[in-house]
Unconditional design. Structure first.
Length: 229
């Protein structure tokens, strides 16, 4: 699953693209207004791909692309009703990775998305973890909310525990195994320590911590991490 940002002001087209991308297993967040997207252009690196319409209200896609490139190399796919060679060259010169003219074939869009997302994630399978609408960066120890763009910091142990859960997704992990894998033999935490970490994760990632979707308690055994797509 990948985080994809869709910036398209035509509602019917935006809804159609989002629905099909989500059917392919991607998580999509959309902007309908150029100015709204421009305000968070410096934080677009949380996404694996940006699909960007050229003609937008208030701020053009070209200006947004130029601003994003000051901060990030995230792949950008331009959509435009203008399909001339000159327009494509302009978009590519500003830093876009691909350009698709409207109207376009849906299968072609999905193929281009697949290629660009594949390039974005190549060799970085364990650099990040997406949980719901949040992205965990294993390098910076930060969790970023894709909706609000707010960021919080995690401890090294929290990151190590999340890495273990991501490696063992859908597998029940006994508390003793978690202690051994994350804390090792040189430290002496109690199983209650793990319980506290899980409570913290639920506050961060779950919409309703009392009814968890991601971090499940398995009575008398341990915990299981699931990540519904």
């Amino acid at each position: 699953m990948s985080f994809i940002c869709l910036i398209e002001d035509e509602k019917s087209l935006s809804d159609m693209i989002q629905m099909n991308l989500e059917m392919e297993g991607h998580k999509v967040y959309s902007f309908k207004n150029g100015l709204e997207a421009m305000k968070v252009a410096n934080k677009m690196d949380i996404y694996q791909l940006i699909i960007l319409d050229v003609m937008l209200p208030e701020v053009s896609g070209l200006d947004i692309c130029k601003e994003i490139r000051k901060y990030s190399s995230v792949p950008i796919l331009f959509l435009s009703a203008k399909g001339t060679t000159e327009d494509r060259i302009t978009g590519l010169k500003l830093g876009a990775n691909d350009y698709l003219s409207k109207p376009f074939d849906l299968e072609e869009l999905l193929l281009r998305v697949s290629i660009l997302v594949g390039k974005s994630s190549m060799g970085e399978e364990m650099s990040a973890l997406i949980i719901g609408n949040k992205k965990v960066d294993f390098y910076t120890f930060e969790v970023t909310d894709a909706l609000s763009n707010q960021t919080i910091s995690l401890s090294k142990k929290e990151i190590e525990l999340l890495k273990l859960f991501s490696e063992k997704e859908n597998i029940v992990l006994p508390r003793d195994e978690i202690l051994d894998r994350v804390w090792g033999n040189d430290q002496f935490p109690t199983t209650r320590t793990i319980d506290n970490y899980i409570l913290s994760f639920r506050k961060i990632f779950e919409q309703d911590p009392k009814n968890p979707v991601f971090f499940h308690s398995i009575r008398a055994v341990g915990y299981k991490f699931t990540n519904p797509k």
